[in-house]
Design a protein. Structure first.
Length: 322
């Protein structure tokens, strides 16, 4: 038996105030942009430069113990991760400690590294420092540039894909919805000053894919219903299409959020920023696929396809009168 959230398609009217939804989205985008311009982002070590120290210890690594030992040094952003590798010996516990570059310095100074080593040896006398590597501002600047290019190219590829698969009105709605999602995600990181690093760029690209998938599902149903209900106004066809896909949209978003919330609570500090971006992205992506992409499609309008409907397309809600 197939699971359904609704016994029959709901009949919510999403477009009675579609201009209001677009206005709210536009206002949020302006707030996000202003926050970004005024406050900027709290860049992590990947983008600000810093030093990575690789350690080994025969004892099991306690990240909280390591962090507590270094708190008194007041070094700013410190990231500690345990490295897992099947080739490691049973007594080879490896950790990576990343320390941000201090003000007006290319990298962490030798004195600072020595202070970190001394602090860690107080809690783990048998700890070994295998390697020390530094990332300067030049490399960090290149990472920022590469990250921006990656996001822009992803959105451009989406524009071409949707344009070829549907029409330019659909492409405009999908791309503007993606820009909306990316900008609001950057905005929330700017407003809350959450650490922004390469993991967040990965989250942004994942959000683009998730939001696009949700939008394409709705647009596929819209195109199918435009062929089936040739005389209905566009806003009614959009409402019908969104209502028909609402069960799938809700269950997909809900189950994804369950996993993400579990990771946010239990995953630790290392992945918390990434997971927070994903949670925000799922929520804002679901919102944009309904209230942004479809509303923009309604604004631009779309030519009706008067060709014969696909006999295999089917409609699980065929009892709705044309």
């Amino acid at each position: 038996m197939r699971l359904r959230l609704f016994k029959e398609a709901p009949k919510f009217d999403y477009f009675s105030r579609w201009k209001l939804w677009l206005g709210i989205s536009g206002l949020m985008m302006v707030v996000a942009l202003v926050s970004f311009l005024l406050q900027g982002l709290n860049f992590g070590i990947d983008f600000r430069g810093g030093t990575t120290i690789r350690t080994e210890s025969p004892q099991v690594i306690d990240i909280g113990e390591y962090r507590a030992a270094m708190e008194q040094l007041d070094l700013g952003d410190i990231t500690i991760t345990e490295v897992f590798d099947p080739s490691f010996r049973a007594d080879q516990n490896v950790a990576m400690i990343r320390i941000q570059a201090q003000d007006d310095q290319e990298a962490v100074t030798v004195e600072t590294i020595e202070a970190v080593e001394a602090a860690l040896k107080e809690v783990r006398p048998d700890i070994k420092f295998v390697s020390v590597e530094s990332v300067g501002p030049k490399v960090s600047g290149e990472l920022i540039q590469t990250a921006v290019i990656a996001v822009v190219l992803a959105i451009a590829a989406v524009l071409v894909y949707i344009w070829l698969r549907f029409e330019w009105q659909f492409a405009a709605g999908a791309v503007l919805a993606l820009v909306h999602d990316v900008l609001l995600t950057i905005g929330i990181f700017s407003e809350l000053q959450i650490r922004f690093d390469l993991a967040i760029i990965a989250a942004l690209l994942t959000i683009v894919g998730y939001s696009l998938n949700d939008t394409v599902v709705v647009f596929d149903r819209v195109r199918e219903n435009l062929r089936k209900y040739k005389k209905r106004p566009l806003n009614e066809v959009l409402n019908l299409s969104i209502n028909e896909t609402m069960s799938r949209t809700f269950m997909t978003s809900f189950t994804t959020l369950l996993a993400l919330i579990a990771l946010f609570v239990l995953g630790g500090d290392v992945i918390r920023g990434f997971v927070f971006a994903m949670i925000w992205g799922v929520i804002i992506g679901t919102y944009s696929s309904i209230f942004v992409a479809s509303a923009i499609l309604l604004y631009f309008g779309v030519k009706r396809d008067w060709s014969k409907p696909d006999a295999n397309a089917g409609n699980q809600y065929a009892n709705i009168d044309a």
